[in-house]
Design a binder for this molecule. Structure first.
Ligand SMILES: [Zn+2]
Length: 100
């Protein structure tokens, strides 16, 4: 992908959507991409929704960062807590609830 040093995009492992990660440099990159209107890849990437990555899950076979987006993460948290990681998160939330 056409990115500077940092990876600004990731694929959500739940919804299988590709998002831009809000991070330092993203704004500059979007401004740069907006000026290069002839590049279809830049246009496609810069039009991807910007959604926070809540959980990193490594990278796929071609090196695209994987994670769980904010949307799916909140949805899963409200629905059920099956996985070990989610259970830990749930315990932490419960602890916070009881102490506050
Ligand atoms: Zn998602």
């Amino acid at each position: 992908m056409t990115f500077p040093s940092t990876n600004m995009a990731y694929r959500c492992t739940v919804s299988n959507q590709t998002y831009l990660k809000p991070c330092a440099g993203l704004k500059d990159w979007l401004e740069m991409a907006a000026k290069r209107t002839g590049d279809p890849l830049l246009a496609a990437v810069s039009s991807m929704p910007i959604v926070k990555c809540k959980q990193n899950a490594g990278t796929d076979a071609i090196g695209v960062p994987l994670g769980v987006c904010d949307r799916c993460y909140s949805r899963a948290r409200h629905r059920r807590r099956g996985k070990a990681g989610d259970a830990a998160q749930g315990a932490e939330l419960a602890a916070r609830h009881f102490t506050s």
